[in-house]
Ligand binder design. Structure first.
Ligand SMILES: Nc1ncnc2c1ncn2[C@@H]1O[C@H](COP(=O)(O)OP(=O)(O)OP(=O)(O)O)[C@@H](O)[C@H]1O
Ligand SMILES: [Mg+2]
Length: 262
């Protein structure tokens, strides 16, 4: 459970957040929407302790993030998985290396363990078949995939590798920053399906920043719209459709007109 209480954040004279309150229950699929520059990424960074709020608190499973010492913050972060904007894979590293990098950096050298973990998460995102791992065809697919470089992958596959990497270590919370931006409508929908499937199967809490209203209607349980440093709207996608708030309506109209696959 994440409780965001009265979060304020300014950069110099620029006030970005000025009193954000959101509760995110376990297993929620929450989409955060709002104009470019309204502070969505800043809010996520504050939630995970990468940025300090000027005022207010974020509490995760009862721990107030800004009050944790380094060690406890590090421990808390192990509950998080991140899927960054534009997949953010390392171009010079293979699929396997990209996925296990975090484990490797934390001292894990057991190649069997690293491979098993990579296979587990690649199966979860549908890049490897669910068949027996001793099967000759499975071994072959794994061998081919593991040594591929990001440049050998399509946009959708890269995104899946990005999601697979976020699943390493069994996170309880997964943060997605614009997971479908730059993908074609069909691939976007596949990534939406994957996010929803993982949320249900792995019982994780998913927090998704998106500009893709199609995704919002497809997967969100709840939607929060930020505007002018505050929560302008909070509710289900159905509530979003029914709202009479002129600010929300104007935002939705603009997206309906601009999103070619809405
Ligand atoms: N480290 C920083 N230093 C100074 N200003 C920052 C910093 N990080 C963010 N900002 C400013 O805070 C505002 C909100 O940025 P943020 O990245 O959260 O927007 P966003 O809602 O995620 O936008 P987008 O949809 O374009 O990704 C912007 O005006 C940005 O310039
Ligand atoms: Mg952003």
């Amino acid at each position: 459970m994440i409780n965001i209480n009265n979060i304020h954040k300014s950069f110099g004279p620029k006030t970005v957040l000025r009193g954000i309150n959101i509760d995110i229950p376990d297993n929620d699929i929450l989409c955060i929407i709002g104009k470019s520059g309204c502070g969505k990424s800043v809010l996520i960074k504050i939630i995970v302790g990468l940025l300090e709020p000027d005022l207010g608190t974020v509490s995760i499973d009862g721990n107030i993030v800004s009050q944790l010492d380094r060690k406890s913050l590090y421990k808390l972060r192990r509950k998080f998985g991140f899927v960054f904007q534009s997949a953010a894979l390392f171009d010079s590293l293979t699929v396997f290396e990209n996925i296990v990098l975090g484990l490797y950096e934390h001292g894990q050298r057991d190649i069997y363990y690293l491979e098993q973990e990579a296979i587990r998460v690649l199966k979860a995102v549908g890049l490897l078949p669910q068949t027996d791992e001793n099967d000759a065809s499975f071994i072959n697919e794994w061998k081919i995939l593991k040594d591929k470089l990001p440049s050998d992958l399509s946009g959708g596959m890269k995104k899946r590798v990005g999601v697979a990497r976020a699943l390493v270590g069994n996170p309880e919370y997964i943060f997605y920053d614009e997971p479908t931006t730059g993908l074609d409508p069909v691939t976007s929908e596949q990534i939406d399906d994957l996010i929803a499937e993982l949320s249900h199967k792995l019982k994780v809490t998913s927090i998704i920043i998106t500009h893709d209203m199609f995704s919002v209607y497809k997967i969100a349980n709840r939607v929060v719209m930020l505007n002018d440093g505050l929560v302008q709207f909070e509710g289900t996608p159905d509530d979003l459709d029914k709202t009479n708030d002129p600010v929300v309506k104007e935002f939705l109209d603009r997206y309906k007109n601009n999103t070619n696959h809405y």
